[in-house]
Design a protein around this ligand. Sequence first.
Ligand code: SF4
Ligand code: SF4
Length: 425
Amino acid sequence: MGPNIPDPMVPVGQPPAALYNPVFDTFLCKIASRCNLDCSYCCMYHLADQSWLRRPRFMSETTVGDFARRLAEYAIQLQLPRATVLLHGGEPLLAGRQRLSAFVGRVRAEMSLAPSCRVEFAMQTNGTLLDRDWLRVLSDLDVTFGISLDGGRSANDRCRLDHAGASSYDRVREALDLVASTEEGRQQFRGLLAVIDLRNDPLETFEALRSLNPPRLDFLFPDATHDAQPFRPASGETSVAYGEWLVRIFDVWFENPGTTRMRLFENILDLVLGGQSQTEGVGEGRFNLLTIETDGEIEDVDIFKSAFHGAASLIVLGHATPNVSTHSFHEVSRTPTARDRQRLHSNAGLCDTCRRCPVGKICGGGIASHRFSAARGFDNPSVYCRDLYRLITHVGTRVGLSLQPLLTEGLVRLAGAYATGGSWK
Ligand code: SF4
Ligand code: SF4
């Protein structure tokens, strides 16, 4: 298409399509659609979207083959230097060692056709099924993994119970002990992922998780929208309870460098200092991740399922649902829905309030699905707006106060050097 010919996919008055064409480099594959836990906040089973009910339990060999072929084709077409394949579920370990090995083997075989693209495999698991055999398989296949755990026993068991209502804590702790005691475990383990629960004390939660020595620790806000508000104490929507909860952990973490890496805090620090965010949730985002369901359907991230039934769908009205058996990833990237999602993740997709916000460049409106309301779609600030503002301004203030003595000392030395005609050092 020549430069002066309007792109028919873009509504009149919108910026050029290239601005909104997403490039995907991360592919979240649901290799199992069921889970042995029944966490009360699960975005797959307990929120607005119930599409898991019609999906097969496991990804079939044919779908795996289609996905692998599509990935190699896309990597070659876009000359991707790197692609990440995330093994997810439900609980991905339910797929079993044979299926998982076959999946990784098939993807690697197809990706040998795209040798300039480095493909990495990572998995998020609830950890309850992780044993020595699994650790050996994950190590042999070079699949890294993160484990979900919300804190100590009582904190974790508020929401992370199995289908019989029993605690998952001991099984996860056993797995973590095994991880820590084996070479394979230590090599492949990347960290813990916890969902914030305001009923849990922030410092106790942090300490319970930090004491397990994870290489990294991430806290997630619970999935929520303006129509399905997150739990808050009495002060309701005006409270900054999530912000305060994180501020208390930030202070301890900031004052004790080297305890553990924390992605949310590190990203805010990077942004405060003028850098870029490496993850969704703060800063300007990118629509770079596609989800492949067990039946091969290609969707947006699960977290959109908290907005409304079908929100994660990338379907174009009047067209078939994108599926790895029928659609290339390049075709998906050219659909109006994918372009709209790309806009939504960028600063151009923010509402007026976020665009005028003094911390807007750092916050980026938070996670896109947290902005949703039935009345205004995604044209809102985050449902965690006050919390994000509280946390970001606090981090900014702490960084400013920490840098002040260094800057003052530097200026004094510079003035001294200038006065005596000496050198800066
Ligand atoms: S372990 Fe994950 S997939 Fe399973 S119920 Fe809990 S949140 Fe959902
Ligand atoms: S703090 Fe609130 S208004 Fe500011 S960018 Fe974030 S969500 Fe938008």
